[in-house]
Design a protein around this ligand. Structure first.
Ligand code: ADP
Ligand code: MG
Length: 694
């Protein structure tokens, strides 16, 4: 076993990885072979078995194998589709493709032997699979894999199969454990002593077929997973401890207690601040006048008015001669903040700056210049604000919106922008986090909560309906639009690929356009270019489109008060927190708003209970607590794609019982083995602690 340790081997040594793929992997935080090994799957698929078609149940993800007995192109409500009837010894099922090319049509003809993997649905011709993954076989008994198939989070340009192939190569290099040293001494491993690190990594990438999966494809809670989660949580806690210690090492900007600007701003608003907004603003102001840098988490339900409070904070900074920066995780969200702040700052005659990855050329030079000179008082943007060329003259306050999309590591990067001072930080999230979790996940942050909605808001009336009532629901859209209001139709897909999500949304938009000829239908999904996306959003905002079909990209931040109806398809697939967020897009105006959860029957008992909670309450904290209690697939923090607070294996709700051990071990490690902190942080958080995907 010779050769360098795996963290010293760059990934581009592996077959199939050139500079271009290397760059994409870097976006995922993968630079070395070790990083690749720590890029753990977030769910699995069982392809070790072939399910007889007769046993395939609606809602199951299964692998089937059979011959095509008939195929042809059909035209239906959702447009043209290629339908192939597949038969095995036990029964028949249709495969349906809304997107297909001539080559596929030629291959998928009568007689072809196919192995398919996909979700069984109930469609026009009975049991169907939409866009299954498939392979044409040459013999009946082509081998099946003997381990479960991992599904990784990935980026455009690297599909699952490739990612799996890269990881397989990395696993082959994992032969000797000295290449992946055990960092934790036995004394610190506690219950996890005896569970080998390298072996755990291997098990998580290639689990044996006999482990149990829940219906979202997550594995049962194996000792291997827990051992890794423990180490990861430990690394995060060490990182947060470091943040807190570092924070005290440099002075923070002292803000004056004058409040001329905030006062003028509050007076210019057409409403009174709520009691909760005023209380939280006081908490922020106290921090900002203190010696230590503020590190505060601001939680508040969608629509509770966090942005106004953030603006007050920014104005305090500006009044004291500092600059502020507001960063949002997506272009759409950042853009929305920009639209909100523009009139506010115009009234106060303060210059604003905008920076996203798309800002180029002269516009970019100008904003960089204005930041460096101090002329620009508030910068609003995406994580492009991390870029090295971005230099502030006097950065005093950093506001990060929707924190759960960012990890702790990105907070590190931003503070470095403040130069010799430690900028104050305000982190805003609309995902309420149960108190116990907040203390562990954000151990370095103080917490403020806006627990009161502005007056006059009426809770959204939520109903749960089966998809068999689809036509009736479509009728409701007509009625709503006829009354001058607007509606959202949200498409969800369990698949993590943006392409498939986009296709589903396109198909639905086509269906709805056909069913609703008098209604102007817009469409947004993740595959649109940023400019197209904002154009679509703008049209909806202006009322030019009446119905907006969207994937969950509209989840956060979008604010169109005239929209009073939202239909969410397959809500049973989403986490409660995510559903709550989505629903928060309506109920922003004076009209009574409605939300229709349109599920695909049959509904499991757990799903029924979960949807029932959404129907009953609009209290985000209660929803978060229930989510935690049910430990459903929708994690309490964050979305499945983004991973939970940037974790690779850990899941704060699932691992809540080891949090105490993590805390104690952290203390012990710092006391007796302080030299281990760095390598652990590097292994789990790594280079991500210095830059995001700009
Ligand atoms: P959040 O960011 O918490 O989801 P926003 O700050 O976007 O909420 O506020 C939602 C809407 O409520 C905005 O249109 C905002 O102008 C309005 N708003 C904020 N505070 C109040 C208030 N105290 N009274 C009435 N409306 C308010
Ligand atoms: Mg907001």
């Amino acid at each position: 076993m010779t050769g360098p340790p795996l963290d010293q081997i760059p990934v581009d040594r592996l077959d199939g990885i050139g500079p271009k793929i290397g760059e994409r992997l870097a976006d995922l935080g993968i630079a070395s072979v070790q990083d690749l090994l720590f890029h753990l799957p977030f769910r699995y698929e069982d392809r070790t078995r072939i399910t007889p078609i007769r046993q395939a149940m609606v809602g199951d993800c299964v692998q089937i194998q059979g011959r095509i007995v008939d195929s042809g192109v059909e035209t239906g409500r959702r447009g043209r589709s290629l339908r192939c009837l597949l038969r095995d010894d036990s029964g028949m099922l249709s495969l349906r493709f809304y997107h297909f090319n001539r080559f596929q049509r030629q291959k998928l003809t009568g007689g072809a032997l196919l192995r398919c993997f996909g979700e069984v649905r109930y469609g026009r011709s009975g049991l169907e699979m939409y866009h299954p993954e498939y392979r044409v076989l040459s013999s009946e008994d082509a081998q099946v894999p003997d381990t479960l198939t991992p599904v990784y989070s990935t980026v455009e340009g690297i599909h699952q199969q490739r990612m799996r192939q890269f990881v397989r190569q990395a696993l082959a290099l994992l032969a000797g454990s000295e290449k992946l040293p055990e960092l934790l001494p036995e004394a610190l491993l506690g219950d996890f002593d005896g569970i080998d690190l390298a072996e755990s990594i291997r098990l998580l990438h290639e689990p044996p077929p006999d482990i149990k999966l829940d219906y979202t494809g997550r594995s049962e809670n194996s000792p291997a997973r827990r051992r890794l989660a423990f180490e990861e949580l430990l690394a995060h806690r060490l990182c947060m401890r470091r943040l807190k210690l570092d924070a005290g090492a440099l002075p923070s900007p002292r803000f004056s207690i004058e409040q001329e600007l905030p006062r003028r701003f509050a007076d210019s608003l057409p409403f009174q601040l709520t009691g909760a907004q005023r209380r939280v603003y006081r908490e922020i102001r106290r921090d900002l006048a203190g010696e230590a840098p503020m590190m505060r988490l601001l939680q508040g339900d969608v629509g509770s008015g966090k942005t106004v409070v953030a603006a007050l904070g920014a104005l305090l900074a500006i009044e004291s001669g500092f600059q502020a920066c507001l960063m949002a995780p997506t272009e759409i969200l950042a853009e929305q903040h920009w639209q909100t702040f523009l009139p506010w700052f115009e009234t106060l005659q303060l210059p604003l700056g905008w920076l996203s990855g798309k800002t180029r050329g002269k516009a970019r030079d100008e904003v960089l210049q204005a930041l460096a000179s101090g002329e620009c008082k508030l910068l609003i943007g995406t994580h492009a604000v991390f870029q090295e060329q971005v230099q502030f003259r006097r950065l005093g306050l950093v506001i990060v919106d929707e924190q759960h999309r960012f990890g702790v590591h990105q907070r590190l990067a931003l503070r470095e922008k403040a130069g010799a001072l430690r900028a104050h930080q305000l982190v805003m999230t609309a995902t309420p986090i149960p108190r116990t979790l907040a203390m562990s996940a954000y151990a370095d942050l103080d917490s403020s909560v806006i627990d009161e909605l502005p007056p006059g808001r009426r809770p959204v009336n939520t109903v749960v309906h089966s998809n068999s009532r689809r036509n009736e629901i479509i009728e409701r859209i007509t009625a709503s639009c006829a009354a001058g209001r607007q509606a959202y139709w949200v498409c969800t897909l369990i698949d993590e690929s943006e392409t498939l999500q986009a296709q589903a949304a396109e198909a639905t938009a086509a269906e709805l356009r056909q069913a609703l000829p008098g209604i102007r239908v817009g469409l947004v999904h993740g595959r649109l270019k940023a400019a197209e996306k904002s154009a679509e959003m703008e049209q909806f905002k202006q009322g030019e489109t009446q119905l907006l079909v969207a994937t969950t990209v509209i989840e956060v931040g979008v604010d169109v008060p005239n929209a009073s109806l939202m239909v969410i398809e397959n809500p049973e697939r989403l986490g409660l927190a995510q559903l709550h967020q989505l629903r928060g897009r309506v109920g922003r105006g004076a009209e009574q708003s409605h939300c229709v959860l349109l599920y695909q029957p049959p509904l499991s008992d757990l799903s029924r209970e979960r949807l029932g909670i959404i129907r009953e309450t609009s209290d985000g904290f209660r929803i978060a607590e229930e989510d935690l209690r049910l430990r459903g697939p929708g994690q309490v923090l964050g979305t499945r794609q983004a991973g939970v607070a940037g974790f690779r294996v850990a899941d704060i709700s699932r691992d809540s019982e080891i949090l105490d051990q993590v805390r104690d071990t952290c203390q012990e490690l710092l006391a007796s083995y302080p030299h281990l902190a760095d390598p652990l942080i590097r292994r789990w958080i790594g280079e991500r602690s210095h830059y995001a995907n700009v």
